[in-house]
Design a protein around this ligand. Structure first.
Ligand code: GLU
Length: 437
């Protein structure tokens, strides 16, 4: 197949949500797979509902997802073309004027058959379709009409869009026929449902694309996730962009509704956090640490490139989102880390001398490598006659505020001797205070 021309045609009435993003992605993948053309067409002829802010958001979302377009149109720039087509329908007697609007006359009998590449053959009784306003009294075209005129004018070969538009297709086919034009191929992709099998809505956690970005989802993960909403390729779950382009075709788009599972998105995001290049991950970490209020830009700069990279490398295995990752990086920065209430009991008076001694030896370490810190800690413990396991957990919790994380000495090296010593000293004090109570 060649000369494939497809379009994503959002109405800029709100943010780009996951359903729309999936439609955009399927069109983009289809175009890239067939080395065709992908068009972004903003359907803004309903001036009461369209906003420039929504257009900006849609464009920002597409850019973030990496869905680049080859041609861009705003439907309002094309109103003259729509009006000319309406005049042609009037001339042919297929349209009439009433109440200041132009109406398309729908045949009163017969059937209109949609040959859908995915839904198969769907028949519509013409008598159930009503005459249709094509130009409003303010002269603006309505969706069904502008869509047909533009799809024709832009040479669209395949209309790939959500199932909810299947009911519009017979009207559009009748318009094509009345204008003497051949229709494109239609492919209506199945609905997305929430886990409870009702139509996907906000309450299922389905959000705007940019909200997923804010929550620390990687574009790779969201693209991967959206691709699998209704499309599959064997048992494979993790796909690179190049693999998606190579494998995607309409033949593998299912005909039953896809279920939106946010846990799966988090799983995929975890997979992608482990796969992207480390410098890029480190840059994301730096960004999210600041945005999440974990540290100031100055504190991030003070950390230095090498430690930031090392932190990203060590923390990525344990995080599902960039937000989680940023929060787990709190211990890298000066200041207190909150101790979990349940773990306070670990800090017994008996532990105070050991923690105080460890603070001293760590403070004296000049080479902040994991090996040097390990040698210092083990040396001090041997002198005290204590095994590492007697202090490892309280140490980790004192330094990071958490029971889990990378290896203990990696953690100490990441935080650096100064911060570690300060937190161990504070922990020793806390242990002693328990005696006084
Ligand atoms: N503007 C329509 C929408 O946002 C486009 C439908 C179509 O692709 O034809 O739903």
């Amino acid at each position: 197949m060649s000369n494939v021309r497809v379009r994503f045609a959002p109405s800029p009435t709100g943010f780009l949500h996951v359903g729309g993003a999936r439609t955009a992605l399927f069109n983009w993948l289809f175009a890239r797979h067939h080395k065709g053309t992908f068009i972004l067409r903003i359907e803004d002829t309903d001036r009461t509902r369209s906003t420039d802010e929504a257009i900006d958001q849609i464009i920002a979302s597409m850019r973030w997802l990496g869905l680049d377009w080859d041609e861009f149109y705003r439907q309002t720039d094309r109103v003259e073309i729509h009006r000319r087509a309406a005049a042609e329908l009037l001339r042919r007697g297929a349209a009439y004027e009433a109440d200041g609007a132009v109406w398309f006359r729908v045949p009163k009998d017969g059937v209109t058959v949609v040959e859908d590449q995915l839904a198969g053959q769907v028949q519509f009784q013409n008598r159930e379709l009503k005459d249709l306003v094509i130009l409003r009294s303010d002269g603006t075209p309505t969706y069904n009409f502008a869509c047909v005129v533009d799809d024709r004018d832009m040479g669209i070969t395949h209309v790939i869009r959500g199932d909810e538009h299947l009911n519009n297709t017979p009207k559009q086919l009748l318009l094509y026929r009345a204008l003497g034009w051949d229709p494109p191929i239609f492919a209506h992709i199945p609905l997305i449902l929430g886990p409870d099998k009702t139509k996907l809505a906000k309450r299922h956690g389905a959000l705007s694309v940019l909200e997923y970005r804010r929550r620390g989802i990687l574009p790779e993960a969201l693209v991967n996730f959206l691709a699998r909403l209704g499309w599959s390729h064997g048992d494979q779950e993790v796909f690179t962009r190049d693999e998606l382009i190579a494998f995607f075709d309409l033949d593998d788009v299912g005909t039953s509704a896809a279920v939106f599972d946010e846990q799966k998105l988090l799983w995929l995001n975890h997979e992608w956090l482990r796969r992207i290049a480390l410098p890029r991950l480190a840059a994301f970490l730096a960004e999210f640490v600041v945005v999440e209020g974990v540290a100031t830009p100055d504190a991030v700069a003070a950390l230095g490139e090498a430690r930031l990279l090392r932190a990203a490398e060590l923390l990525r295995d344990r995080s599902r989102t960039l937000v989680e990752m940023a929060q787990s990086a709190r211990f890298l920065f000066p200041g207190e880390v909150p101790l979990p209430e349940d773990d306070r009991g670990l800090f017994t008076p008996e532990l105070a001398p050991a923690l105080a001694r460890l603070a001293e030896v760590v403070a004296a370490v000049t080479d902040p490598s994991p090996a040097a810190l390990e040698a210092a800690v083990r040396g001090a413990l041997a002198a005290l006659g204590l095994p590492l396991k007697a202090v490892a957990l309280p140490m980790r919790i004192a330094v990071t505020g958490s029971r889990v994380g990378p290896g203990l000495f990696d953690v100490l090296a990441l935080a650096g001797p100064e911060i570690v010593a300060a937190r161990l000293r504070a922990a020793a004090t806390r242990c002693r205070e328990r005696t006084e109570r």
